[in-house]
Design a protein around this ligand. Sequence first.
Ligand SMILES: Cc1cc2nc3c(=O)[nH]c(=O)nc-3n(C[C@H](O)[C@H](O)[C@H](O)COP(=O)(O)OP(=O)(O)OC[C@H]3O[C@@H](n4cnc5c(N)ncnc54)[C@H](O)[C@@H]3O)c2cc1C
Length: 453
Amino acid sequence: MSGQSAAKLRKQSGVPPPTERILSWGRYPKIAHQRVHKPAWNDQVPEIFNAAAPGALLPYGLGRSYGDSCLNAGRELIDCRRLNRILDFDASTGMIRCESGVSLSDIIDVFLPKGWFLPVTPGTRFVTVGGAIANDVHGKNHHCAGTFGAHVRQIGLHRSNDGLVICSSRENPDMLGATIGGLGLTGVIAWADIQLKRVSGPWIDAESIPFQSLSAFLDLSRESNDRFEYTVAWLDCFAGKNPRGIFFRGNHSPSHGAEFHPKRGPKLPFALPAWMLNRYSVKAFNTVYYKIHAASKGVAVVPYDSFFYPLDSIRQWNLLYGRQGFLQYQCVIPDTNLGAFEELLDRIARSGMGSFLGVLKQFGSAPAAGMLSFPRPGLTIALDFAMRGERTLKLLQSLDEIVQQSGGALYPAKDARMSPALFEASFPHWRSFVPYIDPKMSSSFWRRVTGAQ
Ligand SMILES: Cc1cc2nc3c(=O)[nH]c(=O)nc-3n(C[C@H](O)[C@H](O)[C@H](O)COP(=O)(O)OP(=O)(O)OC[C@H]3O[C@@H](n4cnc5c(N)ncnc54)[C@H](O)[C@@H]3O)c2cc1C
C-alpha cells in the first residue's frame, strides 16, 4: 500500500496517525513516542486542529532544537517539513514569501546564486523558517542585525479557533510578537514574508585572531562591531577564568565571482561509544584546534558555508556524544557582570566535563523582536556536555545558580532541564505570553517549566 493511500484510508476511518520515536538534536531526553501528523498542504492543518484534544499539538520543523522545546511527550506533533514551497519572490526588493517548512538551506540554494542571502542565520542551515521564527534564532551578526524575527514582515498563522490569522506590524502585531520566539505555542505558521539581504556573492573576507583572556576577547569584540558584520569566537573551555580562544570576524566579500560549488561532507553512521569522548581526548582536540588556528591566523577569503556552518560538514555529528546523547548549555550574562562569567568558565574548567564546542559571542543591544526572545545585551556562551547522568545534571545546576544570580538567562531552544525558577528569572514576563497560546498547543518544555497541563 502506498504512503498516500494509507494516509487517505486513515483519514476516512478517523484512525489517528502512527506514533514515531522522534528525538531532538541532543538525543536527550529520550521521551515517549509521539503521534506525528504530516500535512503536505496548509489546508490540511485545520482538519488536524479539529480532531485534536486541547493541548494535544505542537509544530515540528527539522528537530535542530537540542532539548525538549520541539517535543510533545505522549501527545502529537505536526511535522511541517512537507510545507516546503516558495510562494513568491520580489527580485527588486528581496522579499520572499515561503511556507514554514522551507529550510534555510533551501533559501540559500535558490537565492544566493541570485545575490540574496539570509538576513540572520544560526550555526546550521538545516532549520526551517517556522523553527527559526519560533525560537527567534540569532547569528554572528546579532550586534548589527538583531534576530531572525526582526526580518519577518508578515506571517499567516493557523489558529484552532480563528482560522488563518494574518500578523504583521499593522495587523495583529501583538500576535506577531508572541509568535516570534513563541516556541510553536501560538499556532502553526503557514507561511512567512522574510526580507532577504543583498550580497555580492558566496565568499566571506574572514579573519581569525587568537586571544588569551576574556578581556582580550571583549576588546576584539568592541573593536570589530563597527567594521565587521559577523563576529564570533571559539573558546577552549578547559582553560578556566582566563580562557584562550580564536576570534572570527568577517564581511561578505566583493572580490570574488559567483561561481561556487558547496561540498557534501561525511556522515557519522552511528552513535560512538561513550568512552571515546573523555576529558583527555577533548582536551587534546582543543589544544590541536587552538594551535592550528593560532598558526594560520590572519585574513582569508573563505566560502560562506565553512564560515557560517562548519558543523554542517559532518552530517549527524550529534551521534559523536554516544547513545545517551548530550545537553547544550547556552546562557547569556549581562556585560556588567563579567565576574559571574569568569566564575562560570572556572566551574566548567574544574569539572573537566566541557567539550570542544565552546562558542562565545557578545550580543548587541537590538530590542527583542518577540515577547519571549532570548538574546539580550551581554555575553552568550554555548557549550556541549555529554550526558553522564547525575554528574552532568549537578554541574549544570551549579551553572544555573550563577546565571540566575547574575540576572542572566538560559536559551529554551537548547534546554532540556532548566527549573521553573530559572525560566521565571530568564523570562519574567512569560505570564503575559500565556493568553496568546493556542488552546490546542502544548510542549514538553512548556509543561516542564510552567507546570501547565
Ligand atoms: C549545529 C547547530 C547550530 C545552531 N546554532 C544556533 C545559533 O547560532 N543560533 C540560534 O539561535 N540557534 C542555533 N541553533 C538552534 C536552532 O537554530 C533552533 O533550535 C531552531 O529553532 C531549529 O529549527 P527547526 O526547524 O529544527 O525547528 P524544531 O527544532 O523542530 O522546532 C523548534 C521550535 O519551532 C517550532 N516550530 C517549528 N515549525 C513551526 C511552525 N511551522 N509553526 C510554528 N512553530 C514551529 C516548534 O514547535 C519548536 O518550538 C543551532 C542548532 C544546531 C543543531
